[in-house]
Design a protein around this ligand. Structure first.
Ligand code: FE2
Ligand code: FE2
Length: 478
């Protein structure tokens, strides 16, 4: 005689959650055993190794399919299951949906992606019809049923379509009935009791997303540079006016320039040492990487000269430097044009190749990028984030979370740096998304005075890692 129980290899298993949701709906307590706690005789009996399995009390046999286990639990509960059961055809439709979601997230192959994306759209149209007829919020109307429980653990994973594949079916964000259904199911108490933490799922998918993880990080850094360049030109426009803006304003503009240049040389260092060699391995024409490296060299000379020019203007008295101010404003405009041309050159030639790299290469590049940032303290990413819009910051953090663990010191330093530099709206967007990975102290702390304090930024980076001259190490492939 056995007391029975549910046996599952993994606490993140959505099929196990499907069963536990039903148990919670019916207030049934069954013993659950995970991983190493599974008795040897169960491991031995479950020869094909698919989990979870259920051993009914008093039985030696095992039930194997989560849908079958759910039916057994309902049939053997005291309650009348007739209100809970769903039509087999509906369950089959949801199974198609589940398979496609999982393939989109985990298999990056473009052919598989395209086919599954089409299928998800078709299934969602069917679901939309069912919800309209049921008058929601659930598939059968007011009552939460077997079909809702069947799919709830997978609805909870939908944000990962966007996070990992930058894809989200239009109906999921536009159709009110579908949105209400997703939220009603995933907020249901029977699921909340077993819902895994998002950061655990994120790590799980990061390890399983085998192909073509979109690498957006380069582009996102570029968007921070574009924001900083725009801010720089807004300030230097005042240099050309008849009234002198004053030493303090010019000094602050120099500080912004200095921070921008420190971030640019760090970015160029990453590209010369890690990205361009990876591009060449991926068969990018070496002439293109050499050209990009040459552009870095030119930029470096110009950046040093421009900082010197700022110092010259600051050494002159404010009634005697109008021509120098105009020349400085013009040179800032021209360096901005050169930078933007360089960013566009890289985006045109390297971004498509980067997007096609396989996941382990992405992880290597991301780790390399993050480690270089760490050398200069993570606040450079924080400062850059201050110039990136909310959606792009989320993408940047999503990408970094592939390389750094959400419970690590690196994560803490990074999120602290971003917290220090961004504004309230940006921070609210971040906390909404990563609520379960952000330390409580940062959830309640107001956004710091550091935001947009160029002089404090420049002083911090210069105190921690002072340099005499901006330098970019040469490309490793040469
Ligand atoms: Fe570059
Ligand atoms: Fe770049």
């Amino acid at each position: 005689m056995t007391s029975g129980g549910l046996f599952s290899k993994d606490k993140l298993c959505p099929f196990t959650h499907r069963i536990l949701i039903t148990c919670n709906e019916y207030n049934i307590n069954i013993p659950v055993f995970y991983g190493d706690d599974i008795p040897t005789q169960i491991n031995d009996a479950n020869k094909d190794g698919t989990w979870p399995v259920f051993q009914p009390p008093g039985s030696a046999g095992l039930l194997k399919d989560s849908a079958v286990i759910v039916e057994y639990i309902i049939d053997n509960s005291d309650a009348d299951g007739s209100q809970y059961y769903s039509d087999d055809k509906l369950i089959k439709l949801l199974d198609d949906f589940i398979l496609c979601i999982s393939k989109i997230i985990r298999a990056g192959h473009p052919g598989v992606q395209m086919e599954c994306r089409k299928k998800v759209d078709m299934v969602l149209l069917e679901i939309q019809k069912i919800l309209k007829a049921s008058d929601g919020p659930f598939l059968a109307g007011e009552k939460f049923t077997q079909a809702d429980a069947h799919i709830t653990p997978f609805l909870y994973r939908l944000p990962f379509l966007k996070e990992f594949r930058n894809h989200i079916p239009a109906l999921l964000i536009e159709d009110e009935a579908i949105i209400k259904w997703v939220d009603s199911c995933t907020n249901r108490e029977s699921f909340r009791k077993v819902a895994p933490a998002r950061n655990l799922l994120r790590t799980f998918y990061a390890e399983k997303a085998l192909l073509g993880k979109p690498m957006k990080i380069g582009q996102l850094h570029h968007s921070g540079f574009r924001g900083m360049l725009q801010e720089l030109i807004k300030r230097t426009d005042r240099f050309s006016q008849a009234v002198d803006p004053g030493d303090e304003f010019i000094k602050k503009t120099r500080d912004l320039c200095y921070i921008l240049f420190r971030a640019i040389i760090l970015h160029a260092k990453f590209e010369n040492l890690l990205l361009y060699p990876a591009m060449e391995i991926a068969n990018v024409n070496p002439e293109l990487t050499r050209e990009a490296e040459k552009q870095h060299e030119h930029e470096c000379v110009r950046m040093n000269a421009l900082l010197g020019q700022f110092d010259d203007v600051l050494s002159l008295s404010d009634d005697n430097r109008h021509p120098e101010r105009i020349a400085l404003a013009n040179d800032c405009e021209s360096i901005k044009t050169a930078f933007i041309e360089h960013l566009e050159f890289e985006e045109k030639h390297f971004m498509p190749v980067l997007a096609g790299l396989e996941l382990p290469e992405h992880i290597n590049l991301l780790k390399g990028a993050y480690n270089m940032c760490k050398e200069e303290r993570p606040y450079l990413i924080g400062i850059l984030a201050a110039f990136i819009n909310g959606v792009d910051i989320i993408s940047l953090i999503d990408s970094l979370l592939i390389a750094i663990h959400p419970n690590s010191d690196d994560w803490y330093d990074l999120i602290n740096a971003i917290h220090k530099s961004v504004n309230t709206d940006q921070w609210n967007a971040i906390t909404r998304r990563y609520e379960d990975s952000i330390p409580a102290s940062l959830l309640i702390a107001p956004v710091s005075q550091w935001h947009m304090d160029y002089s404090a930024w420049a002083a911090a980076i210069d105190t921690d890692l002072p340099i005499n001259k901006l330098e970019i190490p040469p490309c490793k492939t040469n």
